[in-house]
Write a protein that binds this ligand. Structure first.
Ligand SMILES: Cc1cc2nc3c(=O)[nH]c(=O)nc-3n(C[C@H](O)[C@H](O)[C@H](O)COP(=O)(O)OP(=O)(O)OC[C@H]3O[C@@H](n4cnc5c(N)ncnc54)[C@H](O)[C@@H]3O)c2cc1C
Length: 276
């Protein structure tokens, strides 16, 4: 089955029905996963709910102290949106590095979050922005902090009858400048071995607040609260990083890197992010 509803109500009614159905946004995660080795004709079919014609999902705006980006906003729109406040610098840099231009044109930030890969580049920048995920169903709308939305590899708190409708970012978090650094086996078109987003608020040259998140080094990207607390009061150049500062991480060994390398890479990326 393939459905392409033209209203939010229709989309939510289909999602709330008996038939298991998968939301289709840009398709840049869904379609490559459907054709592992065989031909497209031989690939298993699943019911798809194409949200490309649901109005309101590509909106951008502000409400009640939150910056709102609709679920269909693509990486390309984020990358090119020079009007975003300084806290979005990390997210825009991630957008510049996700896949290539074709992927950036189709792929959405919401799809990146819902796919819940430990190496999803959108997650660390949104964790330091203290983002929330807006979910709608026939029962109503709820918002979850991103840290509660992501439960593990390929697992989120989204119920089967819910559609992610927007990502919300508090304006106060978006005011602090941020950076994003990604390490892969090559510079472009690569899945991250480790990536870091960091945001610092400086007062009189000293760190008044720090938010640091590391991705691809644990089942779900993580903030580093111990390190964030340790940095307060220091000048950025004074920070000395020990491996214990990254003890919240639990990197694995896989085809891209071993666990010890990932931990060391994460420490170096955090050091460079603070210096930047
Ligand atoms: C060549 C290539 C390179 C890539 N490079 C990178 C990279 O460098 N970094 C990176 O992080 N990712 C990368 N990706 C992965 C992918 O492009 C991103 O994760 C993208 O953001 C997914 O968005 P999408 O709109 O295409 O999602 P889709 O493929 O349409 O959907 C992904 C998942 O999210 C669900 N979903 C989507 N929208 C909603 C919604 N509104 N509500 C509920 N569920 C929803 C879908 O059901 C599905 O489970 C790459 C992919 C390819 C093919």
């Amino acid at each position: 089955m393939y459905a392409r509803p033209t209203s939010l109500d229709e989309a939510l009614t289909i999602l709330g029905g008996q038939l298991p159905i998968r939301v289709l946004a840009g398709g840049t995660d869904i379609f490559p996963a459907q054709v592992p080795a065989a031909t497209w004709e031989a690939a298993p079919r699943e019911a798809l709910l194409d949200v490309s014609r649901v109005p309101g999902l590509d909106g951008i705006g502000h409400a009640a102290g939150m910056i709102r980006r609709g679920a269909r906003v693509t990486w390309a729109r984020l990358r090119d949106d020079a009007a975003l406040p300084p806290g979005f610098a990390a997210l825009r840099e991630a957008a510049r590095q996700v896949g290539g231009r074709q992927i950036q044109a189709r792929g959405t930030l919401a799809g990146n979050l819902c796919n819940a890969s430990p190496a999803a580049d959108g997650v660390p920048p949104l964790l330091v922005l203290e983002a929330e995920v807006e979910l709608a169903s026939l029962a109503g709308t709820r918002c979850l902090p991103l840290r509660d939305f992501l439960l593990g590899p390929r697992r989120t708190a989204r119920r089967a009858d819910e559609l992610v409708t927007a990502i919300l970012i508090p304006e106060r978090a978006a005011a602090d400048p941020s950076v994003f650094l990604k390490l892969g086996a090559r510079t472009h078109l690569v899945i991250s071995i480790a990536m870091v987003a960091a945001s610092l608020r400086l007062e009189a040259g000293r760190i008044a607040a720090a938010r640091i998140a590391v991705g691809a080094c644990s089942a779900v990207a993580r903030r580093l609260p111990g390190l964030e607390a340790k940095l307060v009061g220091l000048r950025p150049g004074e920070a000395r990083l020990a491996l214990e500062d990254l003890s919240a991480l639990a990197p694995i060994t896989d085809i891209r890197a071993d666990a010890a390398y990932r931990r060391e890479a994460a420490r170096e990326l955090v050091r460079r992010a603070l210096a930047a």
